[in-house]
Write a new protein. Structure first.
Length: 210
C-alpha cells in the first residue's frame, strides 16, 4: 500500500493589492486633443522615457478620465483600506508618460502618496508593468536553483491594454521593462493621492487633522 502524504494548505499572508479595471470607451476627440496639447506643452526626458512638463494634468484637463479614476479610488478605499473614519482621498499630482519603442521605466515607488495609479491611453502588443518583491531583501542570502512559483518570485508582470486602470499602494516598487514587440509610443497617465480628514484619536495622543 502506498502511503499518501497528509493533506496540507498553503496560506498567503499580508497580500499586496493591485486593483485593475477598464473603461468601456476609447478616448474621444476632446481627450485626444488635450493629450496632444500636453505633449506639445513639453516633455521632460528621464533616461528611457519622457514625462510631461505639466505634472498637474487633472487640474485642468482630461475631466472624464479623472472622474473614472476617482470612482475607482473610492472602491479601492472601501474594499481594501476600509477606514473607520470618513476620509477624503484626492488626487494630488498627475502626469503623462510617453515610452518610445525600446524605452523603459526604472524600478521606483511613489513618495508622499498613499494610493498611486496608472491609466493606459495607448499601449502596444506585449506591454507589461512589473511589480517587485522587496520582501526578498529581508530573507537569508541563500541561492536556490528555483523553478518560479507564486511563493518564490521576485517579480510579477501584469499585461496592460488601452483604457486600463491600475491602482496600488504607493510604496509598491514597480517599473516597466523594454518591450521587444513595441513599435509605437506607449502613453499612460500616472497619479498620486493623499487624504483630507481626521486620523488617530485625541485621547490616544496620535490625532492628525489634515
Amino acid at each position: 500500500m502506498i502511503n499518501q502524504p497528509p493533506a496540507y494548505t498553503i496560506h498567503g499572508v499580508f497580500p499586496i493589492p493591485v486593483y485593475s479595471t477598464k473603461r468601456d470607451s476609447n478616448s474621444d476627440s476632446t481627450e485626444e486633443k488635450e493629450i496632444e496639447d500636453i505633449i506639445e506643452e513639453g516633455m521632460i526626458n528621464n533616461g528611457n522615457r519622457d514625462y510631461s512638463n505639466n505634472s498637474y494634468i487633472f487640474n485642468t484637463k482630461l475631466k472624464k478620465i479623472k472622474e473614472f479614476c476617482e470612482q475607482h479610488i473610492k472602491i479601492y478605499v472601501k474594499e481594501i483600506i476600509n477606514p473607520k473614519e470618513g476620509l477624503d482621498f484626492y488626487i494630488t499630482q498627475s502626469w503623462l508618460n510617453l515610452t518610445k519603442p525600446g524605452g523603459s521605466h526604472q524600478m521606483h515607488a511613489h513618495a508622499n502618496s498613499i494610493i498611486s495609479g496608472a491609466f493606459y491611453i495607448q499601449t502596444d502588443v506585449g506591454q507589461t508593468i512589473s511589480c517587485y518583491n522587496t520582501h526578498k531583501n529581508y530573507q537569508p542570502a541563500i541561492e536556490f536553483d528555483e523553478t518560479g512559483t507564486l511563493w518564490n518570485s521576485n517579480i510579477s508582470n501584469f499585461n496592460v491594454s488601452n483604457n486600463q486602470l491600475l491602482l496600488f499602494p504607493s510604496w509598491l516598487v514597480h517599473g516597466v521593462a523594454p518591450n521587444e514587440k513595441q513599435t509605437k509610443d506607449v502613453i499612460s497617465l500616472s497619479f498620486n493621492t493623499f487624504i483630507r480628514g481626521n486620523l488617530g484619536k485625541r485621547e490616544n495622543l496620535n490625532q492628525l487633522i489634515l
